[in-house]
Design a binder for this molecule. Structure first.
Ligand SMILES: *Cc1c(COP(=O)(O)O)cnc(C)c1O
Length: 450
């Protein structure tokens, strides 16, 4: 076997794209430069390893493989079956799951799929409100989940913690068939067992969407939802550092027979992914998921996860030391959420920081009077910084730079961010130097190889 088949194929693709499609090639090159030279503190970003990208770029993409391993609708699926079985086996090991489906195209689809598997249109669901950190697919009115089902919400208390009392009240009042937990901006530990207890009281299923914290769950740094919830979903590209795509997982309820009296809950998920919701799987993405799961099983991943956590603690402490109000009083995961000074808003803060190469996102905070498009808070996350090898001193520097920018930011007549040019130039230079000192891991590897 020639071990360089895919290497030739990929290298040839890059060479011919550069020659035949310089416009697109230039866009992709510039995007890479942008990633290299900016400090990404966007909590929903990770960083995909080149070996994962290589798997996603392999010629396995040419296989159409409707169905599941051993039961496909087309010939030629020997290796696709092997790749899918490998992805499943590794994901089961990573998360300690009894059942894993690796075919969902994204976490949004994964959530819809779980709902389609166990709910009928018009039944009640209960999810964290969108403006409290819930996801669109947890029942927001703008999303199909909010249109197909009678959607009720719970929220956070004044300290920014999940209001389990309210969750229970809502559950007892509305008797939902499904309770959804998991959030996009929550900084504290989610008590999955407690939510399951409430669900059992009212006869509801629990869907834990652990997209944001999946890496910490995999590393044992956040309690697992796998056995506590009936269903766990996660995307694979945020904290799992894999390709864009998702997983649906189950633990102790995988074999539980559901109320049709025939099929187990995992069998219902299996047929809900295909043929109910999806057609042929993205087999190249499944190969890339297998590679990503392989990396999660390597010892280096736990170190990365520990660094993600330590960096978040350092960042939260440094922001608090600079008199920013940190929501929840700190963090148990990779997210730091803070309130901006009252003279500016989240949108302006995000724009001012981006003009200096610091990438964040505006975010609503508990009790926020501003809408989500403007917001009074900023959300930070440490996944990418930790991937670059940054540690506590760099997080202190990041906080210093953020503060330097925000202290000098004003709001123009048209609502735009105003930042004095000398401050912009000084902070930009510091960000650039920091990025040079902590290159993306693969850039470092390539430099060393030369
Ligand atoms: C990002 C996110 C999603 C959406 O994932 P996609 O794969 O982009 O559909 C779903 N749920 C949560 C909690 C998220 O943070």
């Amino acid at each position: 076997m020639q071990s360089t088949n895919i290497g030739h194929y990929l290298a040839h693709g890059v060479t011919t794209m550069r020659r035949d499609d310089p416009v697109l090639y230039e866009i992709l090159e510039r995007e890479h430069e942008r990633q290299r030279n900016t400090l990404s503190l966007v909590a929903s970003c990770g960083g995909t390893d080149p070996s994962v990208m290589a798997a996603a770029g392999a010629s396995i993409v040419n296989v159409t493989a409707e169905g599941y391993p051993g039961n496909r609708y087309h010939a030629g699926c020997t290796y696709v079956d092997q790749a899918e079985r490998l992805a499943i086996e590794r994901a089961r090991k990573v998360f300690g799951a009894a059942y894993v489906n690796v075919q969902p195209h994204c976490a949004s689809f994964a959530n819809h799929t779980v709902m389609q598997a166990v709910l009928r249109p018009g039944e009640a669901i209960l999810g964290l409100a969108l403006d409290q950190g819930g996801h669109l697919t947890h029942g927001a009115p703008a999303n199909l989940s909010g249109r197909l089902f009678r959607s009720h919400t719970y929220g956070l208390d004044s300290k920014g913690l999940i209001d389990y009392g309210q969750l229970r009240e809502q559950a007892r009042e509305h008797r939902p068939r499904l309770i959804v937990c998991g959030t996009t901006s929550y900084t504290r530990t989610i008590d999955f067992e407690r939510i399951r207890g409430i669900a059992d009281e009212v006869g509801a299923f629990v869907l834990a969407d652990i997209t944001h914290i999946a890496g910490l769950v995999a590393a044992g740094l956040h309690p697992s939802s796998i056995d506590a919830a009936h269903f766990t979903t996660t995307c694979t590209f945020k904290q799992l550092f894999g390709p864009r795509g998702a997983l649906i997982m189950m633990g102790r309820d995988a074999a539980t027979v559901s109320d049709d009296g025939k099929r187990s809950l995992s069998e219902r998920i299996q047929s809900a992914v295909f043929p109910l919701m999806q057609g042929s799987p993205e087999v190249h993405t499944i190969a890339a998921k297998a590679r990503a799961m392989g990396r999660l099983l390597e010892p280096g991943f736990r170190e990365l996860a520990l660094r993600i956590r330590a960096n978040a603690d350092a960042l939260a402490a440094a922001m608090a030391a600079r008199d920013y109000q940190v929501v929840g009083g700190g963090t148990d995961n990779h997210i730091v959420l803070f309130r901006v000074r009252s003279s500016i808003n989240g949108l302006v803060a995000q724009a001012a920081l981006e003009s200096c190469g610091i990438l964040v996102n505006k975010n609503k905070i508990p009790g926020d009077l501003r809408g989500a498009q403007v917001a009074s808070g900023v959300r930070l996350g440490t996944n990418t910084a930790a991937l670059r090898g940054m540690q506590a001193p760099e997080m202190a520097l990041a906080a210093e730079l953020i503060d330097e920018v925000l202290r000098h930011t004003g709001v123009g007549a048209g609502g735009e961010a105003l930042l004095p040019e000398p401050v912009r130039a000084e902070v930009s230079a510091a960000v650039h130097a920091l990025c040079q000192r902590f290159p993306l891991p693969y850039d470092g590897a390539i430099d060393q190889a030369h």
